[in-house]
Design a protein around this ligand. Sequence first.
Ligand SMILES: Nc1nc2c(ncn2[C@@H]2O[C@H](COP(=O)(O)OP(=O)(O)O)[C@@H](O)[C@H]2O)c(=O)[nH]1
Ligand SMILES: [Mg+2]
Length: 276
Amino acid sequence: MTTPSDSTPLLASTSPPIAPASAFASLTLVLPAYNEAARIGPALDELFAWLGAPGVAATLPPRIRALVVDDGSTDATAHLVLDRPEAAVPEDAPIRLELLRVPHGGKGAAVRAGMLAGDGDVIVFTDADMATPPDQLPKLLAALEAADVALGSRIQPDGSDMRATQPAYRRLLGKVFHALASVWVAGPVQDTQCGFKGYRQAAAREVFGRQVVTSIVFDVELIYLARQLGYRTAIVPITWADRRGSRMRPRVGLALRVAWDLFRIPLVHRRVRGPG
Ligand SMILES: Nc1nc2c(ncn2[C@@H]2O[C@H](COP(=O)(O)OP(=O)(O)O)[C@@H](O)[C@H]2O)c(=O)[nH]1
Ligand SMILES: [Mg+2]
């Protein structure tokens, strides 16, 4: 005779694990891209392969928009995006690829344009080279169920640092930058520069509506604004791997711009205060 307690483990082991559905109805994934013809094809292959993998859709919001923001690429980036099958599906398809073209203004300006154009309940930006693999998205979405802002972090709970895959000069520049940013602007956030951050829509409208910095310092400004506005902010450890073909070139002009932008953030936003 089979008792209920005998049959329970059998049932559990033959059923697929049921992953929790997302609490959100829609997601916009903003992908800034500038002259990315060499990298955007494989990166979008990786993204859409993951989104279409068995079991993945059930864990994500039912409506997903991937929004590539191209600010005047002079190569085939825009064509490569528009020619993809995911861009040719109907407007109301569950998963769709879109292109937003804006005047050239740098990564910060492109991200701002995408974050303000995105209509998802949650809006996430991520580097178009997929340095953060798409399978990290559920971690960010889960964090946003209890937070307004979720910041990807390449530093793991055990202290190991995914930025170890970067070239040595980038790690050194990163340390100098962090020392300046943490004292003056960013406070306790350890990895300000991770290109993987998510916002509930209302927080995105508020924060990106106030963003003025368009250089690589814009990430620090976002953290500063979220703090001033009193948003609940989650730090989300994610896996990450440096991808070849970085567009960042360390130059004197860039260093001066970074110093100036860091300096002015608290001054520009000195009157920004959250409710209460
Ligand atoms: N739209 C836009 N995207 C940019 C610009 N500069 C960098 N990006 C994007 O920002 C992301 C990260 O750039 P990447 O060169 O990989 O920088 P790194 O990973 O920090 O070395 C990529 O998706 C780039 O295409 C820019 O001027 N405009
Ligand atoms: Mg990169």
